[in-house]
Design a protein around this ligand. Structure first.
Ligand code: NAD
Ligand code: TYD
Length: 342
C-alpha cells in the first residue's frame, strides 16, 4: 500500500509514520509536509534511509504540489496537515482557514480527479464544542465549534461528508481527544509545562485551571488510525478517546511531582477567550466496530513522556532556540526533492 501522509513532520504525523512502518510491513509512506514552524524533520531523522519512507516538501494549499504528491500511484491519503494551535487561531485565523479548509478541499479534489478514494481526515473532538459537567461527545453530537481552529476543522469535516455523499468517495473522519507524547511542539499544554518546569520557569495556567480534557497517548491514537485506515467504513465518523479525563491543574501538578519541582511554579494567568470548559469522548463505535482499545494508562504515559523530554535535550534545545527551522528549512528551500536525494 502506498500511503500519502500529509503533515507527517508534525507531532502526531511523525509518531504515526514511526508506528506504521513498524506495524504494517507492506506500507510505503510518502510524507508530504510544507514544514511550517510545527514541522520538524528531526522527528524522523532515524528514517532518512528507510527503504519504505520518502519525504517531499509540499503545501496542501498549492495545486502543483498536491498533484506532484499524488503523481506516483497513491492508494490512500491520511491528512494530518493543519494549523493546530487554538491560541494562534485566536490571534489570526487566516492561515487556519487556508490550510484547514482550503487545503483539505484541494486534497479532496485532486483525490477525486486521480481516483484515490480512500481518505482519512484526522479531525478533533473540538468540533463538538464544550460539554457541561456530565455526558460525552458521540459521533451524533452536533458540531458547535467555539474557536477559529475548531471551526476550520469542523468545516473540513463537512467537506468530507459532502464528498462521500456526492461523489461516493471512500472517506472517513476521526475525531480524537487531546494527545500527548514524544515530539509535541512546546506550545501545547504538556510539553510547555514540562519544559518550563525543567527550566524552573513559571507554568502559565489559564483561568482557574479547572478545564477538563480527555488525554490520550499519541501511540494509542496512531493504533486507532491504523484500524480506521485498514477497516473503517466509508463515510463514517469515528471518535477516539481514552476515558482519562483530568483537570488542567491536575495534569500540571502531576508533571511537577514527576519532576520533583515546587507547585509554586504554577502561575494563574488570564483565561483564553471562548475557552472550552470540558471535553469527553465516547469511543464506543471504534471499540465495537474496529476492536480498538487504548493500551497506555495516563500515569504510565505521562511518566514516559516526561522522561522523553528529559532524555532528548538536543531535540528540545533545537526547538527552544529555533535552530531546527534554519537547518531543515534551508536544506529544503525551493527544492523539489526527497530525503534520499541528499
Ligand atoms: P502539528 O501542529 O504538530 O503538525 C502539523 C503539521 O502539518 C506540521 O508538520 C506542519 O508543517 C504541517 N502543515 C501545516 N500546514 C501545512 C500545509 N499547508 N501543507 C503541508 N503541511 C502542512 O499538529 P498535530 O498536533 O500533529 O496534529 C495533527 C492533526 O491531528 C491535525 O489535523 C489536528 O487538527 C489533529 N488533532 C490533533 C490533536 C492534538 O492533541 N494535537 C488532537 C486531535 C486531532
Ligand atoms: P492545548 O494544549 O492548547 O490544547 P487544546 O486547547 O486544543 O485543548 O491546551 C490544553 C488545555 O490547557 C486547554 O484547556 C488550555 C490549557 N492551557 C493552559 O492552561 N496554559 C497554557 O499555556 C496552554 C498552552 C494551555
Amino acid at each position: 500500500m502506498k500511503l500519502l501522509v500529509t503533515g507527517g513532520a508534525g507531532f502526531i504525523g511523525s509518531n504515526f509514520i514511526h508506528y506504521m512502518l513498524e506495524a504494517q510491513k507492506d506500507v510505503q509512506i510518502l510524507n508530504f509536509d510544507c514544514l511550517t514552524y510545527a514541522g520538524n524533520l528531526a522527528n524522523l531523522s532515524q528514517l532518512s534511509s528507510h527503504p519504505r519512507y520518502t519525504f517531499m516538501r509540499g503545501d496542501i494549499t498549492t495545486g502543483r504540489d498536491v498533484e506532484r504528491g499524488m503523481s506516483q500511484g497513491i492508494d490512500a491519503v491520511i491528512n494530518f496537515a493543519a494549523e493546530t494551535h487554538v491560541d494562534r487561531s485566536i490571534l489570526d485565523s487566516t492561515v487556519f482557514v487556508r490550510t484547514n479548509i482550503e487545503g483539505t478541499h484541494l486534497l479532496l479534489e485532486v483525490c477525486r480527479k486521480k481516483k484515490v478514494t480512500r481518505f482519512i481526515q484526522v479531525s478533533t473532538d473540538e468540533v463538538y464544542g464544550s460539554l457541561g459537567e456530565t455526558g460525552k461527545f458521540t459521533e451524533e453530537s452536533p458540531l458547535a465549534p467555539n474557536s477559529p481552529y475548531a471551526a476550520s476543522k469542523a468545516a473540513a469535516d463537512l467537506l468530507i461528508r459532502a464528498y462521500h455523499k456526492t461523489y461516493g468517495m471512500d472517506v472517513m473522519v476521526t475525531r480524537c481527544s487531546n494527545n500527548y507524547g514524544p515530539y509535541q511542539f512546546p506550545e501545547k499544554l504538556l510539553p510547555l509545562m514540562i519544559l518550563n518546569a525543567l527550566e524552573n520557569k513559571p507554568l502559565p495556567v489559564y483561568g482557574d485551571g479547572l478545564h477538563r480534557r480527555d488525554w490520550i497517548h499519541v501511540k494509542d491514537h496512531c493504533r486507532a488510525l491504523h484500524r480506521v485506515l485498514m477497516e473503517g467504513r466509508p463515510g463514517r465518523v469515528y471518535n477516539i478517546g481514552s476515558d482519562q479525563e483530568r483537570q488542567n491543574l491536575e495534569m500540571v501538578e502531576q508533571i511537577l511531582a514527576l519532576l520533583e519541582k515546587s507547585p509554586e511554579l504554577i502561575q494563574f494567568v488570564k483565561d483564553r477567550p471562548g475557552h472550552d470548559r470540558r471535553y469527553a469522548i465516547d469511543a464506543t463505535r471504534l471499540r465495537r466496530e474496529l476492536s480498538w482499545k487504548p493500551q497506555i494508562s495516563l500515569s504510565e504515559g505521562l511518566a514516559q513522556t516526561v522522561r522523553w523530554y528529559q532524555e532528548n535535550a538536543l531535540w528540545v534545545s533545537h526547538v527552544r532556540n529555533g535552530t531546527y527551522l534554519e537547518h531543515y528549512k534551508k536544506t529544503y528551500e525551493n527544492r523539489d526533492q526527497t530525503l534520499k536525494d541528499l
